[in-house]
Design a protein around this ligand. Structure first.
Ligand SMILES: [Zn+2]
Length: 254
């Protein structure tokens, strides 16, 4: 039932024009948008507008939710699903944004963002901004947290999202575990590609590998080619022509 309503709503959103002032936000604040081809920009903007209109943005601790906040956060979320489709975020309903680096009341230390179990993502606005404006340092809070959302989309938080085909699980598990264990052993190649935080557990490994795939694809391709391949098979190509080395570039509806 909800699925039908959502499909109707999304159809309506697809028809509505992309707000012109949002283009300026993307041009100014989202460096990877500038590198997209025209065809990618078009697909990307469709995802961004559905995301902004469909999800609830909640400002915590006096955080003001402006168009800039919504569009930049939607951009960092939609970068991940450019070739996957908006359905990967079906379970995500709200995004809580803090005006500073967020500290969890129950935990020691500082958390830059946190993907909660059901439908909520908690983000620090300065951390998201820092991540998006330094596109090649391998650290991207937005990409990291939204990778956790993709991971949970299949109902399990284990470092394996819903893959495109059943046949993809074998190679995925094999390659991801091999590199996860290598990072835990502080292997040189893996450390050059991945932040050590990825050695925490499989879920963090997937989120950290996602950051590297989008921020240091060349390095990942050169030093850990198998890992690059499984990420490419899941996410599809980030830049360049949409179908070139995309194993299945079929467009998702709904
Ligand atoms: Zn994480």
């Amino acid at each position: 039932m909800f699925g039908i309503l959502r499909a109707i709503r999304r159809r309506k959103y697809r028809r509505l024009e992309f707000p012109s002032q949002w283009y300026a936000i993307l041009e100014e604040k989202v460096p990877f948008y500038q590198a997209y081809s025209d065809e990618q920009r078009e697909r990307f903007c469709t995802l961004v507008k559905i995301f902004v209109w469909e999800k609830h943005f909640i400002g915590a601790q006096g955080m003001e939710i402006t168009d800039e906040v919504k569009v930049v956060i939607a951009a960092s979320a939609c970068r991940l699903i450019l070739n996957l489709g908006i359905k990967y975020y079906n379970r995500l309903t709200e995004i809580v944004v803090y005006p500073y680096v967020y500290t969890h009341p129950d935990q020691e230390g500082v958390i830059y963002g946190e993907a909660h179990a059901w439908g909520t993502v908690v983000l620090s606005w300065p951390a998201v901004m820092h991540g998006i404006q330094n596109p090649y340092d391998g650290e991207a809070t937005g990409a990291h947290e939204f990778a956790h959302v993709l991971d949970r989309a299949d109902g399990v938080f284990d470092g394996t999202p819903l893959l495109r085909t059943g046949a993809a699980y074998g190679p995925w598990v094999r390659v991801m575990s091999r590199h996860f264990l290598a990072l835990q052993k502080r292997n040189k190649k893996q450390r050059k590609v991945l932040r050590m935080y990825g050695a925490t557990n499989e879920a963090e490994f997937f989120a950290v590998a996602t950051e590297s795939y989008f921020e240091k694809p060349e390095k990942m391709k050169r030093l850990t080619p198998e890992l690059y391949q499984v990420m490419l098979r899941f996410y599809g190509p980030d830049l360049g022509s949409s179908s070139q080395d995309n194993p299945d570039s079929d467009q998702e509806e709904g």
